[in-house]
Design a binder for this molecule. Structure first.
Ligand SMILES: Cc1cc2nc3c(=O)[nH]c(=O)nc-3n(C[C@H](O)[C@H](O)[C@H](O)COP(=O)(O)OP(=O)(O)OC[C@H]3O[C@@H](n4cnc5c(N)ncnc54)[C@H](O)[C@@H]3O)c2cc1C
Length: 264
């Protein structure tokens, strides 16, 4: 359902102070399932002109990639397919400074830069979570800027009859985007926190929440514990964790130490 694709940059478009849209060439066979379709991107280090991967069959890549020198092997990160058109794919990067290799790369990326993707090859590929049941008349969507690409695509997939209460935390007013539904934009350090807004949100039959892992956990706990929403009606994804790189999170997962507590 996933395989490797060479995806050179076609162009970069600044969407706001903290967000850049990178349009990548999408070779034949790349098939997004839409909505919050996730996939892996592999970035070069600053001293390289392309991501370095082991020369092994696709099925054997993971162990071989892990065995390579971390300062040389491609940097793997998870992103969302914001949109797919014939021959191209948009990926929206929330820029959060030079500390993150993906954020650093995206802030200067331009035509011809090389990326590798482990991307979907069929619409039903196991990498899509947003799936409100047809019976859900009102849904709640909440996330920060890392989840904004998925939120945009999720909203585009909604039937007109579904009511959506949508809350997005952003860094600057100018990071707001035109989306097909009304959104409550919450500017960090100015407006109330996302967790508070969700606490006050109207009741919903289904919820999708993503963004910083600690905030996501707080929101999910509120929805499941305080409101009594059924667990299966609350889709939640930690997209990043304050103070941890994606490598640290992967290492924890591999060690069986994912930060889930019993009440999760
Ligand atoms: C399923 C899924 C889909 C995702 N889709 C997208 C997407 O479409 N667009 C997008 O921008 N991100 C998306 N993310 C989040 C992205 O994978 C992380 O933000 C990732 O850590 C970025 O890698 P990096 O190399 O820039 O930073 P890392 O090297 O992983 O982290 C470096 C430092 O930056 C901090 N950091 C990481 N991300 C952020 C952030 N967003 N804001 C502030 N600080 C941060 C970390 O805590 C760490 O201290 C997604 C994540 C998942 C799991």
């Amino acid at each position: 359902m996933f395989r490797f694709f060479d995806m050179p940059v076609l162009h970069a478009t600044r969407l706001g102070p903290s967000m850049v849209r990178i349009t990548l060439a999408a070779p034949d066979g790349f098939v997004s399932g839409g909505r919050d379709q996730r996939f892996k991107l592999f970035f070069p280090h600053p001293h390289q002109d392309r991501p370095v991967m082991p020369d092994v069959p696709d099925d054997d890549w993971f162990a071989a990639w892990r065995a390579l020198d971390p300062s040389e092997r491609a940097v793997m990160r998870t992103f969302t397919v914001r949109a797919q058109r014939p021959g191209e794919v948009d990926v929206d990067f929330a820029l959060h400074g030079d500390l993150g290799p993906a954020s650093r790369w995206a802030s200067t990326a331009g035509p011809g830069d090389r990326l590798l993707a482990l991307g979907p090859t069929a619409p039903d590929n196991g990498g899509v979570e947003f799936a409100p049941p047809p019976s859900a008349r009102t849904i709640l969507i909440a996330g920060d800027e890392s989840a904004l690409p998925a939120i945009g695509a999720n909203l585009e997939s909604l039937p007109p009859a579904t009511t959506a209460h949508v809350y997005v935390q952003i860094a600057h007013d100018d990071d707001r985007q035109d989306l097909p539904r009304d959104v409550t934009w919450l500017v960090r350090n100015r407006d109330e926190p996302l967790t508070e807004a969700v606490r006050k949100a109207p009741p919903a039959d289904y919820a999708w929440i993503a963004g910083e892992a600690g905030a996501v956990r707080t929101m999910r706990r509120h929805l499941v514990k305080d409101r009594g929403m059924p667990r299966e009606s609350v889709e939640f994804m930690g997209y990043w964790r304050q103070g941890s790189t994606e490598e640290t999170l992967l290492a924890e997962t591999l060690a069986g130490a994912t930060p889930h507590t019993p009440e999760d």
